[in-house]
Design a protein around this ligand. Structure first.
Ligand SMILES: Cc1ncc(COP(=O)(O)O)c(C=O)c1O
Length: 343
């Protein structure tokens, strides 16, 4: 059964596995002080055009979000997230476990806007309510949508006007960067965000995220924060090697482009068969709407999530392509869709 369930299904790109294997007998320093992490951090700084940031390599998205948010906020401060935000829906209360409230706002397309953020700001009274101190957004969003640079600048502005941090979760950042219509560059990110991360695990790495701290206020004692929450990886060279390889020769963007190209080919083929979509996604996740009987037939041949009910007869499913999705599987899915819809 072929899986379109997520972008974690395959191992890692062979170049990454080879680089890790080549380093089997190498002796390295530990806990992010190894030569690979130090080198990869320089590569990140060069890519984003800033030498004054701190870069930390982390083993996964949830600890990255949790630690960055917990480090930035004082005990009575809260983070604003769209209702679809990963920290709100799929992180098991990790943020709340650090003592910080998530203030959730309904978003029609997974994005936050100044108007939506203002709704949450309006709820602030005084020391009887939590202070709104951070905006969390995901680029691309969990709905597959991407922000324009102007939209991110508008969010930045409302953050500045209200003394709030902007944190960007980039679990699928590569997919946003190569998406059609994207006008945000890697060099824009440190201008827009106080902290953000560059996701590797969903884009060819085995386990690797690069967290970038831009705002000096978030930087102090960060290694203590990482260690206390169990994410200061002892054999950190394993993460450094993965990022060195991803950032060499543009592999990171090549892999993201493959994932996005496959998903967009899937989307075009599905649209050509007359189906609509829950959201306009130019990235590697798409959300087609199918009749429920067709979904039941597809489930016998493919793995995917049934994402959201649409009406009594139909629902949206999520199909995700990865750096490793073969084009042949995309073609087969489109053929099978036509066959199953006809029986
Ligand atoms: C937007 C986003 N952030 C973070 C993560 C990382 O989550 P996890 O720690 O479960 O890998 C994911 C993974 O699904 C994600 O989609």
């Amino acid at each position: 059964m072929y899986s379109f369930i997520c972008d974690y299904s395959e191992g890692a790109h062979p170049r990454i596995m080879k680089a890790m294997t080549d380093a089997c007998y190498e002796q390295n320093d530990t806990y992010n002080y190894d030569a690979h992490c130090l080198h990869a951090a320089e590569m990140v700084k060069e890519m984003i055009g800033r030498s004054d940031v701190d870069v930390y390599f982390m083993p996964g998205g949830t600890p990255t979000n949790t630690i960055a948010i917990a480090a930035a906020l004082r005990p009575f401060e809260a983070v604003i997230s769209p209702n679809t935000g990963h920290i709100e829906v799929h992180e098991t209360g990790a943020i709340e476990s650090t003592g910080h409230k998530i203030l959730m706002v309904e978003s029609p397309d997974g994005k936050l806007s100044p108007a939506l953020i203002q709704k949450v700001l309006d709820g602030f009274e005084d020391e009887h309510t939590v202070r709104r101190k951070m905006v969390f957004l995901t680029h691309p969003t969990e709905s597959g949508t991407v922000y324009t640079k102007a939209e991110l600048q508008a969010v930045r502005r409302i953050c500045d006007e209200n003394d709030m941090y902007l944190y960007i979760d980039g679990a699928r950042l590569g997919a946003a960067m190569v998406a059609e219509g994207n006008d945000v560059t890697m060099k824009d990110l440190p201008e827009l965000a106080d902290a953000f991360y560059i996701g590797g695990t969903k884009n060819g790495a085995l386990f690797a995220e690069a967290l970038v701290l831009v705002n000096d206020k978030i930087k102090p004692d960060f290694r203590f924060m990482i260690k206390q929450r169990g994410a200061l990886t002892a054999k950190s060279s394993a993460i450094g090697i993965q990022f060195e390889e991803l950032l060499k020769d543009g592999l990171y963007f090549d892999l993201a482009k493959h994932a996005v190209d496959m998903a967009q080919k899937l989307a075009a083929g599905i649209a050509a068969q007359g189906y609509g979509f829950l959201s306009e996604s130019p990235t590697n996740q798409i959300f087609p709407i199918f009749p429920k009987e067709l979904i039941a037939k597809l489930e016998k041949e493919y793995s995917f999530y049934v994402w959201a009910p649409v009406d009594e007869r139909s629902a949206a499913i999520r199909l995700v392509c990865s750096w490793a999705t073969p084009e042949e599987e995309v073609n087969k899915f489109l053929d099978n869709l036509k066959r199953l819809a006809a029986v």
